[in-house]
Design a protein around this ligand. Sequence first.
Ligand code: HEC
Ligand code: HEC
Length: 410
Amino acid sequence: MHEHSRARSPLPPPRVRPLVAVLLTCLAACDAPPSTGPAPRGDAALSSPAPEPGAPLPGLTLEQRALFERGRGIFQTEFTPETGLGPLFNNNACSQCHEDPVVGAIGEEVETHQTAFHGGVCNDLSGIGGPVIQDSVTPALHAALGIDREPLLPEATGTAHRTTPSLLGFGLLEAVPEGEILALARLNNNAGDGISGRPNRTADGRLGRFGRKAQFATLGEFTAGAFLNEMGITSPTEPKEQTIHGAPLPAGVDPTPDPELTQDAVDATTAFMRLLAPPAPLPRTVVEERGRVTFVLIGCAGCHVPALVTGFNRVPALNLKIVRAYTDLLLHDMGPGLADICLGQARPAEYRTEPLMGLRFKTVFLHDGRAPTIAVAIRLHAGEATRARNRFLALSWLERSALVRFLQGL
Ligand code: HEC
Ligand code: HEC
């Protein structure tokens, strides 16, 4: 746990020390309800009106608000083959998947990803149609090839299933300075509790944050990638259609000229996600408060860091804000039971600590939804999380249920 590492580990370099100090204070205090004094259940919401799920961050200018609305419109647009959909796709709108309980949150869709891992090196198979395997095709592609979906890739060494995560509050995660995340990696590597997070990196060496394996550095790149991989929509930075095993698509199946979407539309979609407010936790009674303390004490917070702080940002709504996301954005080895594919530098058993903000929207848990309850999800933690999991299993029934109730309110 961080409490221990503070005493034993050498101090991080001076540049990041103030941030680390804020973080450590945050571990102890930032997660408390924002009201002053003890607030009975319900009062916290009254004293500090939190945005409803799906609302924009508070404090936007009129112009930013208009951009948010325009981006939400594109996020909800149902594309057709005439407007660029396909020929290979998973669904026809971002909001077909990210929809529940509000636009931008979770969804029931589970998709298939494949990559190949040889000698410690990851090949995302993007040259031959990976890593996302599309489960639908347009009528024109069906007519030309007689297929209903992209065939699986025989070159793959791993196949993964992915549930649709919530995106609420993710603009704040993008705004967390890199130095803060790297400082967390140094801290937990020195803590001596078996936790050793490390960042993923893109091919050009930037720190990854988005996707279950933190394979994308920015929301903008994820957006362009999602338009292509989920909907078969090309844009200026992703100008080439997905292929079937690398072969050129049959003539005439994709009449829309590339790029099918303007950069301006991609940017507005990104701005919508960037400006989505994080879901405010539900008000807590002493039971959930007790669960929150236990969460920190048994070492869950070693990876699910309760709060991060954004850096200086020219958007005031993102500038120096606390984000109670319960993640360190680092990769952790979770043991062979959860392992599936590699991505970037992430090995098959490594996952980004899943943010727990918005956990209450979920009905199934872990990357592929294999856990029907929060308690099962915790039980399936292994690898670097073994000690925290064992401490959880050793708790009394009462302490365990308080912890779960705390998590159900996030
Ligand atoms: C077919 C369902 C589907 C559609 C359509 C879809 N997504 Fe997603 N989205 C997913 C899944 C599944 C993941 C998890 C991917 C992973 O873990 O690597 C995801 C992840 C994301 C993430 C990263 C979240 C994180 O945890 O870091 C962002 C950002 C995102 N989607 C944006 C979009 C945008 C923008 C669109 C529309 C252009 C879109 N998605 C369309 C299913 C979908
Ligand atoms: C070593 C780092 C680490 C520790 C310690 C850890 N977790 Fe996790 N946790 C993760 C990672 C990584 C995932 C994503 C795993 C996956 O999707 O397969 C995760 C996922 C979860 C999920 C499921 C989230 C979702 O959206 O499906 C819950 C709930 C959770 N952790 C709670 C806890 C609790 C409670 C503890 C303490 C007992 C804990 N974790 C300790 C890294 C950790």
